[in-house]
Design a protein. Structure first.
Length: 316
């Protein structure tokens, strides 16, 4: 039998017996373990940050061409991004279509632009029509372009009042861009224009339908008005036949809806028979598995009116 001395309690003996076989660690050992754990944590954090940076870089590469910062995104801003310098060896049309916000457009043939039949009605929509046309076609400008016989008296008066405003080179470029967009909306309805737009459509540059029932069907650009500076382009889904706004930071918001016109999307879908063989699927509202009649509101409204009519007749 073991006796417990006055200087040593029973609890201390039990504690010593429970710690038998354990290795006692010194302060140096604790320090080494702490350093190792810190290094492991740092490596894990660095790996996570590197993976996150790679993911962000991939997303940025995908969105860089088609998106812009929020501070530059203004659909009512008349000034286009025309700051990129133009090489002398590149035509105006090539330079314009290579701009970041104009990658949604196709290059219009110069022969199409030179055909006066294709430009009927545009003289009254854009001031200084001939001057802007020469800018697009890279033709030398004459000093007497103000004497434009294609304008009527009212247009001449408007041009004289705004003569000083259009002396600025940037203003000429912006108006030339507007004229090119109007011509572009007509060119993409031709066989060659449709073929060029089909390549854009196949690349998915305009995005996919947000509806889950359309299974990522590709979208087409469209507009609700042919009037310049009325509204930015909308996106049309040929599968569900719905129109959507582009995302907030999409470069499409920097373009004018008249660049595509109101007829292109439907004409394109009919020409290439897009999504016509697929059945349209819509969301069906249900409660506890029972389908709700889409005309339930009209039915209830008619029943209420019928009851009110019968009650009024009884009172009479």
């Amino acid at each position: 039998m073991e006796f417990v001395s006055n200087d040593e309690s029973a609890d201390d003996i039990i504690q010593d017996e429970s710690n038998e076989g354990e290795v006692e660690l010194t302060d140096a050992d604790f320090y080494d373990l702490t350093v190792i754990n810190d290094k492991i944590d740092e490596e894990i954090i660095e790996d996570d940050e590197e993976e996150a940076d790679n993911d962000d870089q991939e997303n940025d590469n995908v969105q860089e061409v088609y998106n812009i910062d929020d501070e530059d995104n203004d659909i009512h801003n008349d000034k286009l991004l025309l700051d990129q310098q133009r090489d002398n060896d590149v035509s105006w049309i090539e330079w314009f279509c290579q701009l970041k916000q104009n990658l949604f457009l196709v290059e219009v043939d110069e022969d199409f632009i030179r055909d006066e039949f294709n430009l009927i009605g545009l003289q009254t929509k854009v001031p200084h029509f001939k001057k802007l046309l020469k800018i697009i076609l890279d033709e030398e400008d004459d000093d007497d372009d103000d004497d434009d016989d294609d304008y009527d008296d009212e247009d001449d008066e408007i041009n004289r009042d705004s003569e000083e405003m259009y002396k600025n080179k940037d203003m000429h470029e912006q108006n030339a861009a507007c004229l090119y967009g109007l011509i572009h909306s007509r060119f993409i309805l031709t066989s060659k224009g449709l073929a060029l737009m089909r390549e854009k459509y196949k690349s998915g540059i305009y995005g996919t339908c947000p509806s889950i029932y359309c299974e990522n069907a590709k979208l087409l650009p469209t507009a609700i008005s042919e009037i310049p500076k009325f509204l930015s382009p909308l996106l049309y889904c040929p599968r569900c036949c719905e129109t959507y706004y582009p995302s907030k930071n999409s470069l499409l918001n920097q373009l004018d809806g008249c660049y595509f016109g109101t007829s292109f999307a439907s004409f394109f879908a009919l020409s290439f028979n897009i999504a016509s063989d697929k059945k349209k699927v819509y969301y069906t509202p249900q409660i506890c598995g029972f389908t709700i009649n889409r005309n339930i509101r009209e039915t209830l409204y008619m029943d209420v009116n019928k009851d009110n009519t019968e009650s009024s007749e009884e009172c009479q």
